[in-house]
Design a protein around this ligand. Structure first.
Ligand code: CU
Length: 92
């Protein structure tokens, strides 16, 4: 890791869906999303992405950090446990 590999971070509030629902990162640099679920809705208690290979529990009112793979350029969806709410990671 050199001088230019500072981690990119984006915060997403999980309330009525994902706010914001799209986050953008630069390719090839370490990236993290910090989720914070503030709704008791069980619908949103997990977030997962097949494309980005994560499946994460989101305890209420806790910040949860998920590492994002930025090796590939593209648009990658993530969703709640039941795929009702969706968000997107853009790597470019
Ligand atoms: Cu859901």
């Amino acid at each position: 890791m050199g001088l230019f590999s500072k981690t990119q971070t984006s915060k997403i509030k999980v309330d009525k869906g994902y706010q914001p629902s799209t986050v953008t990162f630069k390719q090839g640099k370490p990236a993290q999303i910090i989720f914070n679920r503030t709704t008791p809705s069980s619908c949103l208690e997990r977030v997962h992405s097949d494309a980005l290979k994560f499946d994460q529990a989101l305890p209420l009112n806790e910040k949860v950090t998920v590492d994002i793979d930025t090796s590939q350029v593209g648009e990658f969806e993530f969703a709640c446990g039941m795929d009702m709410f969706k968000g997107k990671v853009v790597v470019k």
